[in-house]
Design a protein around this ligand. Structure first.
Ligand code: NIG
Ligand code: FE
Length: 416
């Protein structure tokens, strides 16, 4: 039966071009006051001014739900490392005592310290843990996430991580798109021989992930002490040849060339972008690469520097926002917090931040033609918030303002 949502004080539709939004278009949120949304068969039938939606042929017979709040497309969180066995509390303690990301790595913490527990974890437990985490995303209004591997760092455990995403999908309505991030760091058994490890990834892990369709994307951490720009381009081109769409972690800790290396391989998105310069931004624009900013990680790391969102937007590169949910640099699954940090520390407007967290996040996953906006024919992935004005989502912080989450037309939060 169709459902008619009314009592929507403000609706942001993000109606617009069938592509990522750049420049001034990021501020066109498609605001409708006193709105209604009609949903049927998992799709949006009509969305807009209440009076107009009420005239739709299905509106009369629909079940009516009065929501009293603000309605948005469900958040699309396009960058997470949501599969990890244990939190990194030792790193956290070191950080609170003044250690930097690099200090922690040198002391045996960081990415490598996550692999022991991940390699030891049983596949079933891994999937159950991810499904439980998925509920926290839904509760905060997120309806789709990307999930990276990258804490296994060998054939067996990287494949186990990707299979955990597939398995967990059976137990949660949160949509999860898997990414192979075997090129996250060099595991200790390769004794710092980065190229030898990357050759192993290319020979063993990448082909298996591609052949078994376990991943949609391939990602690599391009940074000093991790992988070089040359390795990044070569690796991502090989991934693309095998049918995995390239993504890159770049310019997170320094200006190292990862963004340009990713763009050269046709990366869908280049993520972090803290240290991008004009030439990196131009390379993204020319390659059609989306800049995915992850300012919750800057916040958590206590950094003074945030990605230069204003410059990136001014140059016409579409910006997406994501949590980067992971145990080392961003233990945060709430996109509402990311909105707040993006506005207060990156100088984004609420309209831009919300666009980046919905439709542009969807394009960073290549699925903006079916999620990320509230227009007829789109998947009915919606989030309703206890607010009178959409800007409250970016203004209040530290709490969950979400009232109701709809995935494919089903109420998935709260659970009754
Ligand atoms: O996005 N930069 C590399 N990867 C993660 C950190 C992962 C970790 O520390 O476990 C990031 O910040
Ligand atoms: Fe990351």
């Amino acid at each position: 039966m169709a459902i008619l949502f009314t009592g929507i004080k403000q609706l942001l539709t993000f109606a617009g071009d069938n592509g990522p939004r750049a420049g001034a278009a990021m501020r066109e949120a498609g605001l409708v006051k006193n709105a209604a949304v009609l949903v049927d068969g998992g799709r949006i039938e009509a969305a807009g001014p209440k009076a107009a939606v009420m005239r739709h042929r299905l509106a009369k017979k629909a079940r009516q739900v009065e929501v009293n709040g603000v309605c948005l497309p469900g958040f699309v969180d396009s960058h997470t490392h949501a599969v990890f066995a244990e939190p990194r509390l030792k790193d956290f303690s070191m950080r609170t005592a003044g250690a930097s990301y690099q200090d922690i790595k040198a002391a045996g913490g960081g990415i490598i310290s996550s692999i022991g527990a991940v390699r030891a974890q049983a596949p079933k437990a891994m999937a159950a843990q991810l499904a439980a985490r998925a509920a926290r995303f839904l509760e905060c209004g997120t309806t789709t996430i990307e999930v990276k591997s990258g804490y296994g760092l060998n054939l067996e455990s990287e494949i186990k991580m990707l299979k955990a995403v597939r398995e967990a999908q059976k137990y949660t309505p949160l949509e999860m798109l898997p990414t192979l991030l075997a090129a996250h760091s060099v595991p200790p058994e390769f004794k710092g021989d980065t190229q030898k490890y990357l050759d192993y990834v290319v020979a063993e892990i990448l082909p298996k992930a591609a052949a078994e369709k376990l991943a949609v994307f391939a990602d690599i951490f391009c940074e000093k002490g991790y992988f070089t720009p040359e390795q990044t381009t070569a690796y991502l081109k090989e991934a693309a040849r095998l049918g995995l769409k390239p993504k890159v972690h770049s310019e997170q800790l320094s200006n190292y060339g990862g963004t340009r290396a990713g763009a050269a391989a046709g990366a869908v998105s280049a993520d972090h972008a803290d240290y991008v310069y004009a030439e990196d931004i131009a390379a993204m624009r020319d390659a059609g690469t989306i800049a995915t900013l992850l300012p919750a990680s800057n916040f958590y790391l206590g950094l003074a520097k945030y990605p230069p969102a204003r410059e990136i937007i001014a140059e016409g590169v579409p910006v997406a926002l994501a949590t980067d949910f992971n145990p080392g640099t961003s233990p945060c699954w709430n996109m509402q917090f990311v909105l707040s940090v993006a506005c207060t520390h990156c100088g984004m407007t609420p309209e831009e931040a919300l666009c980046a967290a919905t439709i542009n996040g969807a394009w960073a996953l290549g699925i903006g033609d079916r999620v990320g906006s509230v227009t007829p024919g789109m998947q009915a992935d919606l989030a309703f918030f206890a607010a009178d004005d959409y800007r409250e989502l970016c203004y209040y912080f530290g709490a969950n303002q979400n009232l109701l989450t709809l995935k494919n037309g089903d109420v998935v939060y709260p659970k009754f």
